[in-house]
Design a protein around this ligand. Structure first.
Ligand code: ZN
Length: 231
């Protein structure tokens, strides 16, 4: 459009200035003035067209820039909203994690207290167990001592009873020797001694020993408790 006007303008001016009426010198001055005025009008129109075109281009460019800026602003607004949402979510997470952390810390503290309590109780129980074991050991030792003492007492009692039996046998040998006139070297049998023994019964060692009566002049003896010893 502008190019067409421009070409038209150039043709008109060339006609007016260079021809200067060469071929059209017969025309009247009024006619030339009219052409000049028309050319100026066309030139003014062309200049206006150019200004309008440039302004339109600038307006479009500005509009584009504004749209771009608007788009950038929208994008920035969206980014800001997203960031704010993310920040809010992060804050929420932080709050939740802080609460969880606090809860876990309290739980840990409680567990540590329980562990300490159990540990102390364990120490007390260990001490009690140690004492109980020591007491049981002492009781065991006392019981063994009592049993040993009882066995010793029984052995002593049996030995004393055996010696009493041997003394009775020795006395019977003496009486048998007096009544029969047997002297040293003679050896009586159990049957020989029965009349001189209590109840007419030959005594028996309480420990199961076997008696040897022995000759006159020799003390009787037990296979377990040995010979009769003088008191
Ligand atoms: Zn005996």
């Amino acid at each position: 459009m502008a190019t067409v006007f421009f070409k038209l303008l150039l043709r008109r001016f060339s006609h007016l200035v260079f021809d200067g009426g060469g071929g059209n010198s017969e025309k009247k001055p009024a006619m030339k003035l009219k052409d000049l005025f028309l050319g100026l009008c066309i030139a003014a129109l062309l200049v206006s067209e150019i200004f309008l075109f440039v302004a339109n281009q600038q307006k479009n460019a500005a509009l584009d820039r504004m749209n771009s800026a608007q788009h950038d602003a929208d994008q920035a607004r969206a980014d800001l909203a997203q960031l704010k949402a993310a920040t809010d979510a992060q804050a929420s997470d932080d709050t939740r994690l802080r609460a969880e952390n606090l809860s876990l810390t309290r739980r840990l503290s409680t567990l540590q207290t329980q562990i300490t309590t159990f540990s102390n109780a364990n120490v007390v129980l260990s001490l009690q167990l140690g004492n109980a074991q020591q007491t049981a050991q002492q009781q065991q030792e006392q019981m063994q001592q009592i049993q040993y003492d009882a066995e010793q007492a029984q052995a002593t009692a049996e030995r004393n009873a055996c010696m009493t039996n041997l003394r009775e046998i020795d006395a019977a040998k003496g009486e048998w020797s007096l009544e029969t006139g047997k002297t040293t070297g003679a050896t009586p049998t159990e049957q020989d001694l029965l009349p001189y023994l209590t109840g007419g019964i030959f005594p028996v060692c309480p420990s199961g020993g076997i008696y040897t009566i022995g000759a006159i002049g020799t003390p009787p003896s037990c296979s377990i408790h040995g010979p009769l010893v003088a008191q």
